[in-house]
Design a protein around this ligand. Structure first.
Ligand code: ADP
Length: 437
């Protein structure tokens, strides 16, 4: 049967009504056959009784066959060879009246008895009539009921489709109606709603990111423009022009760093930065990263301590991990006031895990902001940080760098008492931790 092209409601109704019709027909046929068999068996039993009575009367000559006919009312004929011994009036039964006949022959005589089966046929006809009228009625009710029920059951689908059609990028906060969370449609709508929620979050993040990025790009451009405009309005000495060019180059520098960081993050998110893994000594890496920034710390007369356990090794991408560590160290130096202390420690705090800790004696990070400092463009004190050249991208990149290597970053800090960032990695050779059940 080709039902394609019809609505689900009609298809459901047709299947339902079709199945019910088959069942009702089979059931009705069964009843008719059963009743027919029962009725004819009753008639046959009566005929068998008739023949036995006739036989008895005939053999024992206990009575008159004519009187028997009068008493019982059936028709019969008794013959002996070709001689007719007795024949009820009107024998043989013929004409329009239907008869059921039974024959018994023994010892040279033969008894044929016949009974009118009109009543049986009448009963069967009535039964057939009832069935013939009942089946279309039942099918009609099944069809109407099925159509109504299918409509009711499928109503949520219509509502879901209507809402889904109205959802656009601007109205991602709309949700599909859920009547019953536990039924199939409710679960489907729930899954859709979860997807919508994730889409909405991703969209909002993208929107925020674009807005923030544009804002960040505009700041140095505006600065360059105003410096340039002011310089153009006046005639300056060579030193004056050099200063102007110098400050413009500073802004260009900032722009370059911003664009590079953005590119790193975007490519990292798109999974376009290939990660190679090799065995590296975390102590050696920490020492070399600290050495490369030592000059910045010395400028601020900060003390830099390194305590590294020997042979703490992890399988990582050295370039990416180093970038993450440098960002943490750079922040520690940047945010710690002059004459402060930066400490780096490489250790094995738990079996199977290696840690690189970068701690400082700077202002620390207020507890309520700790959850957000890894967000892109987030700065604890936007004004102060911008003066320092902060972009709010150092920590997001550091986090990506560590997570790309299968590790995590932890933060321990209280306002006023310094910050401690901890990179936790799996030690080389230890199996992956089993997923939490
Ligand atoms: P930024 O380029 O502004 O440093 P980051 O993403 O590296 O951006 O850091 C986000 C914010 O976290 C910074 O603006 C700063 O306020 C805060 N922060 C990061 N590291 C430290 C630290 N060691 N001590 C105090 N504050 C820090």
């Amino acid at each position: 049967m080709r039902l394609r092209g019809l609505s689900v409601r009609v298809r459901l109704t047709l299947w339902h009504a079709g199945a019910l019709t088959v069942i009702v027909c089979l059931f009705a046929a069964g009843i008719v056959l059963f009743v027919e068999k029962r009725l004819y068996r009753g008639l046959d039993e009566q005929l068998a009784g008739d023949v036995a009575s006739i036989e008895k009367v005939y053999r024992e000559e206990t009575g008159d066959l004519g009187e028997l006919h009068q008493r019982v009312g059936m028709m019969f004929e008794v013959t002996e060879g070709t001689t007719v011994v007795y024949r009820t009036p009107g024998w043989p039964p013929s004409g329009s009246t239907p008869y059921r006949v039974r024959t018994a022959a023994a010892d040279g005589h033969r008894i044929i008895a016949a009974r009118d089966e009109t009543a049986v046929r009448q009963t069967l006809r009535t039964l057939l009539l009832i069935v013939a009228a009942g089946i279309p009625t039942a099918v009609g009710v099944a069809f109407a009921g099925g159509y109504f029920l299918a409509g009711r059951v499928l109503a949520p689908v219509g509502a879901i489709a209507d809402t889904a059609r109205r959802i656009t990028a601007e109205s991602l906060d709309a949700r599909l109606p859920v009547e019953d969370r536990d039924d199939e449609f409710g679960r489907l709508a729930g899954v859709f709603n979860d997807t919508l929620r994730r889409l909405q979050e991703a969209f909002e993040q993208l929107r925020r990111f674009t807005a923030d990025a544009s804002h960040e790009l505009r700041t140095p451009l505006t600065a360059m423009r105003s410096v340039g405009e002011v310089a153009l309005q006046r005639s300056l000495t060579t030193t004056g022009y050099r200063d102007v060019i110098g400050s413009m180059l500073e802004e260009v520098d900032r722009l370059t760093r911003l664009v590079e960081s953005l590119l790193t993050l975007t490519r990292a998110e798109a999974g376009r930065i290939p990660i190679t893994r090799q065995l590296i000594d975390l102590g050696e890496m920490a020492i070399s990263a600290a050495d490369s920034l030592r000059v910045l710390a010395e400028d601020k007369e900060q003390t830099m301590n390194i305590a590294a356990e020997r042979d703490v090794q992890a399988e990582c991408d050295p370039g990416i991990l180093r970038q993450g560590l440098i960002n943490l160290l750079y922040n520690a130096i940047k945010y710690t006031p002059a004459k402060g202390t930066i400490s780096i420690r490489v250790s094995v705090p738990r079996s199977g895990e290696a840690a690189i800790e970068v701690s400082d004696t700077g202002p620390g990070i207020p507890i309520d902001q700790q959850g957000r400092i890894f967000d892109r463009f987030y700065r604890v004190d936007a004004g102060r940080s911008r003066e320092d050249g902060g972009l709010g991208l150092g920590l997001p990149i550091a986090r990506w760098a560590v997570e790309a290597n299968g590790g995590r970053i932890e933060l321990e800090s209280e306002q006023g008492s310094g910050a401690l960032f901890r990179i936790v990695l799996r030690i080389a050779g230890t199996p992956h931790a089993p997923a939490e059940v």
